[in-house]
Ligand binder design. Sequence first.
Ligand code: GLU
Length: 305
Amino acid sequence: MDYQSILEKIRADVTPLFGQGKVATYIPALASADPYDFAMSLQLVNGESYHIGSCEKTFSIQSISKVFMYEMALSLFEASLIGRVNVEPSGNPFNSLIQLEYEKGIPRNPFINPGAIVIADMLTSHFGNNAYDTILHYFQNCSNNFSIDIDTEIASSELESGYRNYALANLMKSFGNIKNPIDDVLHTYFNACSIRANTVCLARSVLHLANQGIDPITNNTLLCGEHSKRINALMLTCGHYDASGEFAYKIGLPGKSGVGGGIVAIVPDIMSIAVYSPALNHHGNSLIGTKALELFTRYSGHTIF
Ligand code: GLU
């Protein structure tokens, strides 16, 4: 298939949409992103890769880090996840407090903020206050790129403006579902969200999820096949907050978005995809990124359904 032509056609098709959507401003350090930026990368399991746009430009991966945190948690403490974080779609915004109150501090899934904060708590218990460093290292390992780093300016900006995340963490602590001091847990969480990467590296970082947990290029086993299946299932059902159903309906691929404007998606056995465009729709997902993925599935015919 001529993937490069498909990428070029997608770029032409999404060009009229620039100017729609809004860059996230609730984290002040994200507000300076250029809403006209666009990049898309395809990483095939056979080693080929295709790119378009500003694919070398790094951005904050934000909630895409939740995938890697949960991968680590599944491998480390599978049984103890029961009762701490569920695996159901939330149907609510990523930072909603309401459901958490009536569900007694147990988050619906690990891909919304409260779920990832519980996972950050578990990783902090296991690795101590430098847990974020271990998460970064895991991400570097997945992407086979050891120069990736955390943007400390974004991490501090999140810390200073993270009122809702503090509220979520405090609420869960009141129900006994956070074990460590709130500041330590959010330190882990905000730093993980502030990893910077470009689409080339992001696509590469989830390639193992298209290949039963094994990186097909290095042959490193990052996850067992069973866990890879579960992560894909969660990406399909919970990867886009309260627009997860719509993403599955229109795109039909497991995926995960972040408010930095990135989205990753998996075509099982064939490739992983990363797209970047920082202007978001009202669900907090990249508006053009979502459209680009929809067009990709239409032009390539790649979908799990
Ligand atoms: N760090 C962001 C927050 O906690 C992540 C949100 C996202 O990307 O969905 O609000």
